[in-house]
Ligand binder design. Sequence first.
Ligand code: BGC
Length: 436
Amino acid sequence: MKDSLPPRALLPTLLRTLLFPLLAWLGGIPGVVGVGPVHAQALPVDVLHWWTSASERRAADQLSAHLLANGVQWKDAAIPGGGGMAAVKVLKSRVLMGDPPDVAQLIGTTLTDWADGGLVLPLNTVATRQKWTQGLFPTVMDLVTYKGEVVAAPLGIHRINTLLYNRRLFARLGLPPPKTWDEFEVVARKLSGMGIKPLAWSDEPWQMATVFESVLLGEAGPALYRELIVQRKSTAWMDPRVEQALTRLRWLRNTSGDVPVERTWPDAARELWNDGAAMMIMGDWAKGELMAWGASAEKDFGCVAVPGTQHMHLYSVDTFAMLLSARQREATQEKVAEVLAGAPAQLAYNRIKGSVPVRRDMDVSSLDACARDSWATFAAPRSARVPSLAHRMAADEATKDAVAQALWRYLSNPRMEATETQRRLAAVIRAPNADH
Ligand code: BGC
């Protein structure tokens, strides 16, 4: 008995492998919006991604159900690990061994390396047929277009500069959620005085980098942020506003005590849900996770932009690339792109994932308040839309990892000065061929 899985643990697997396909075949899965009857002979595609938390898994199941209803069977190749650190490594080794998945979660600038290598199926035909240029946000269209070819199917837009707060704890304090760092400090002091951790934190380098870029955007503003992250001007990294962001990052980290806590992001979110912490700075996938656990965006938690980043959207866009292989699945891969970028899959998937649809031609009024705000901010002409470095929107895998590592070293060593870290960041982020 010791080795057998408890029935509760078996349930998700049973649902996925038996019940979902059966229900979908019968004509619809409860909660799966707009999924019709299933084609008799579904064609399999191997999908490599890093969605393994409760909400990520459910969101992937939605996509899978929509595909099944359109004659495509999702063969799951999930690789656990927040931020996709492990998935990207597995993907590389599969490609090197001549066994690429048919569909891979490849996002941001990393897409271009794969497209340059001739490994990605161009999706221009689908994009033209579905009028992506008219229907999708221009920023999203730019991200999936490389050298005139459409190289990926967009799935959803995450907002990184999200501050989630626990409504119960804030109600007890009688305070509004902080809009400025001064307000944040007042709230943090009150919470600490009551023995409550102000911020759910993890010392995993990619999570630190995720918090840092939001803080940096707030301190630096969009113009300097672009110089630092998009143009990657190394001289700009010595700006006092970067020092200020690093100092604030250390202060935020220290609100969680001295002992390093490297834990997964769902574990950090769990602390917020259990009333162990009052706030969390994380991409809005953490909101999706809270909702998957039964939390309501109206009653249990709320979200606001990280202080200083109102009307700014620090984005990470999830995309699937279709990889070429000897299996020659092009027609099926095009089908995948078409179904996933279509309005029904977009709404159903993003509702669970915590992100928002990539389409500007959709009605998002049925989404939660955080999502509506994210979508409206992304859509507003006057908003600043800036790419996430920690989530591969602005630099390659190696640069992103080097930045996260530099931040980790800074936060793990209280004696390291912010200015020393600025110099390190300037060096690792230096744009290729830069002369500054
Ligand atoms: C992805 C999200 C994912 C998160 C945590 C991000 O890089 O864009 O889809 O939920 O990592 O793993």
